[in-house]
Design a protein around this ligand. Structure first.
Ligand SMILES: Nc1ncnc2c1ncn2[C@@H]1O[C@H](COP(=O)(O)OP(=O)(O)OP(=O)(O)O)[C@@H](O)[C@H]1O
Ligand SMILES: C[C@@](O)(CCOP(=O)(O)OP(=O)(O)O)CC(=O)O
Length: 421
């Protein structure tokens, strides 16, 4: 490596999606390896709306491992970062760049330092699974930089050690995280079920619900649940294994009714075991409950499910509509019940795939004011309309897995200094 001097920098940039579980992971059987007590299934979200971009670089001139997240330097000393870095370094292979004229031998990687810059195109730690996209992207980009020979499944077992849900972001479409049996975690990996084209009618609308109080982190919340909830063992042993089989079948057959029934039930059971934890954990708030009620009443009035809902460790709702037509109706109902603040602008209230807003016939705030109340809500008490309970909506769809970005303009580090641009 030495003969070419210390001036070269090798860089890789990747983009990785986030994911939302439809059968939830909640509870570990091994805290440090991050091994779950049950398998889970998720849908990967379109990275054009929600994703992490990470640039990793290596140079003999770097003095230590450094990382910048959304432009701010952060510490890499945490156990989860250290574990991912160690696992990847131990599998690194020779890298030769003839154009730049250098070679890194396998054994050199232990001595070389990396610079990492990452950017989430959505709010970090807002309950939108930034840790899932973030750790998946970190592992995927470092694996490319260090020329690992492992496939995406094997890489998912490394990403899992950064954050459990991250392992599912190594693939697009619908993904299963198989809990595995081995004590070393080698078979606790993500498995792609179907790619994002298999069920491309689905449309996903996320309501980012304003949360004032700080929520319990997933890591500590699930630890408390495993330690104190009598219901969690029944869920992990009796309920989830059957649901995994049924969910795989529903996805394979594009059977929306079964899919919606399972997704909603599993989300509700996850929140029930949170409530069964001592002290109880409340992730959903009144707005979340109103969204559930809206979807439940609509589904019932139609006779078959139109929309599935699911909530992670926070009040945000992810709603999956069976097709585009249903999604436009959903958006109209949501905008009726949760209109933006008077001074908000519609363009930043509904983000992502904005064409849905157009198809819903909503172009201005006047159009929002003119929306008709959802008929299924008007039978008993008049539908409530409150401004400000939802911060914004994101319209998206199932999406693809990690990709490399080869255009240097998309890199987050300067190719000459190795520092953030
Ligand atoms: N792009 C990234 N690259 C590496 N790590 C990241 C990245 N984004 C987030 N993280 C890590 O994930 C942590 C945030 O995870 P946390 O679980 O608190 O929030 P979240 O994933 O956004 O929400 P939730 O898990 O409730 O859905 C950050 O403190 C950081 O350690
Ligand atoms: C409710 C969930 O989103 C929990 C995600 O938990 P994390 O993956 O964030 O937890 P750690 O493994 O401790 O990092 C359900 C899910 O994504 O399956």
């Amino acid at each position: 490596m030495g003969e070419q001097g210390e001036n070269w920098i090798l860089m890789v940039t990747a983009q990785t999606p986030t994911n939302i579980a439809v059968i939830k992971y909640w509870g570990k059987r091994d805290e440090s390896l991050i091994l779950p007590i049950n398998s889970s299934i998720s849908v990967t979200l379109d990275p054009s709306h929600l994703c992490t971009t990470t640039t990793v670089s290596v140079s003999p001139s770097f003095k230590q491992d450094c990382m910048w997240l959304n432009g701010k330097e952060i510490s890499l000393s945490g156990g989860r970062f250290q574990r991912c870095l160690r696992e990847i370094r131990s599998r690194a292979c020779d890298v030769e760049d003839e154009k730049k004229g250098f070679k890194i031998a396998k054994k050199d990687w232990e001595k070389l330092h990396v610079h990492i810059a990452s950017y989430n195109n959505f709010p970090t730690a807002a309950g939108l699974a930034s840790s899932a996209a973030g750790f998946a992207c970190l592992v995927f980009s470092l694996a490319k930089l260090m020329n690992l020979k492992e496939d995406h499944g094997q890489l998912s077992a490394i990403a899992r050690q950064g954050s459990g849900s991250a392992c599912r972001s190594l693939f697009g479409g619908f993904v299963k995280w198989d809990m595995g049996k081995e004590s070393d975690g080698s078979d606790s990996i993500a498995i792609p079920l179907v790619d994002e084209k298999h069920w491309d009618e689905l449309v996903i609308v996320i309501a980012v619900v304003s949360a004032h109080q700080k929520e319990t982190s997933s890591t500590s919340g699930m630890r408390d649940t495993v330690e104190t909830s009598p219901l969690i063992q029944h869920r992990a042993k009796e309920v989830v294994p059957k649901r995994i089989v049924q969910m795989e079948e529903a996805i394979s057959n594009r059977d929306f009714s079964t899919f919606a029934h399972l997704s909603c039930s599993d989300s509700n059971q996850f929140h029930a075991v949170c409530l069964d934890t001592s002290p109880p954990i409340f992730y959903m708030n009144d707005t979340s409950h109103r969204i559930i009620s809206l979807v439940e009443k609509w589904n019932r009035s139609e006779g078959t499910p139109q929309v599935a809902y699911t909530f992670d460790a926070g009040p945000n709702a992810a709603m999956i509509a069976r097709n585009r037509k249903v999604a436009t109706l959903l958006l109209q109902k949501l905008l009726y019940c949760f209109p933006p603040q008077a001074d908000a602008d519609l363009d930043s209230y509904v983000i992502g795939d904005k064409s849905l807003l157009k198809e819903a016939g909503v172009g201005t705030m006047n159009d929002v004011d003119a929306l008709a109340p959802p008929p299924e809500l008007t039978t008993s008490v008049p539908a409530q309309r409150t401004k400000g309970d939802v911060s914004y909506f994101i319209c998206t769809r199932p999406g693809k897995g990690p990709v490399l970005l080869t255009d240097e303009n998309q890199a987050l580090l300067d190719s000459k200094t190795g520092l953030p641009k």
